[in-house]
Design a protein around this ligand. Structure first.
Ligand code: ADP
Length: 211
């Protein structure tokens, strides 16, 4: 997708508000000659932003606009969308983790060590599995059932929502811990937040409604 010049953006705006509109009318609105606009109109129609019909004029192509907006949305940084992580200590019992899940109304909990570094991920299914096979959930620490480092898929604040979405889809997971690397060699990552499929979906709806 090409980046538009200021003039091309103005043309798009005019066609969006007034279309169908002839090239002559657009030129009048911009106080330029029809000839001066020709290259911009050619680019906009070739790129698919505008449709042109003989003797009727230029139309706005909604589909491409939606695509352009979606691209703008998905290229935003994780840092602007991350939510607070809901954490438990590694030694917390499975029973208390289940209670926490309900209290916080989330689908995933993160376990941290005493320094606040990410130690594990505990999802709904992890807790269900533990509950199925175990009578004493109050005695069983989450550290036994959680997904641990180095198997945790993480994201950092500077990555984009696109990268977050790809990771969640490719690894079949609902959320990603947002982390800052402390020491790569021994897998130490400070937990800063979380990003979920819901975060992305909800933010996308809000973003598109604003447009
Ligand atoms: P649910 O258990 O509700 O289906 P997920 O699909 O997120 O939720 O989790 C599926 C499995 O993947 C669980 O065992 C969970 O511990 C693990 N998991 C979840 N998030 C991550 C992650 N970011 N990195 C690695 N494993 C994860």
């Amino acid at each position: 997708m090409i980046k538009l010049t200021k003039r091309q953006d103005e043309i798009l705006q005019i066609v969006k508000e007034n279309g169908p509109i002839t090239g002559k009318e657009i030129a009048e609105k911009l106080s330029v000659t029809r000839a001066a606009l020709r290259p911009d109109l050619a680019i906009l129609t070739m790129s698919g932003s505008l449709d042109a019909r003989p003797r009727v004029g230029y139309f706005f192509n909604d589909k491409l606009e939606v695509k352009r907006q979606a691209k703008k949305f998905i290229q935003q940084k994780v840092s602007d969308f991350k939510a607070h992580p809901i954490v438990v200590e590694k030694s917390t019992s499975v029973y208390n983790a289940i209670v926490q899940l309900f209290l916080e109304d989330v689908g995933t909990l993160y376990a941290v060590d005493t320094e606040g570094n990410l130690a594990g991920v505990i999802s709904r299914k992890d807790l269900l599995r533990a509950a199925l096979g175990n009578k004493n959930l109050q005695e069983l620490p989450v550290s036994v059932i959680m997904t641990r480092m180095p198997n945790i898929i993480t994201i950092n604040s500077e990555e984009t929502l696109l990268e977050a979405a790809k990771k969640m889809i490719n690894f079949h997971i609902d959320s990603l811990p947002v982390v800052k690397e402390v020491n790569h060699k021994n897998n130490t990552y400070l937990l800063l937040g979380r990003i979920t499929k819901t975060t992305i979906t909800k933010s996308y709806l809000e973003f598109m409604e604003e447009k």
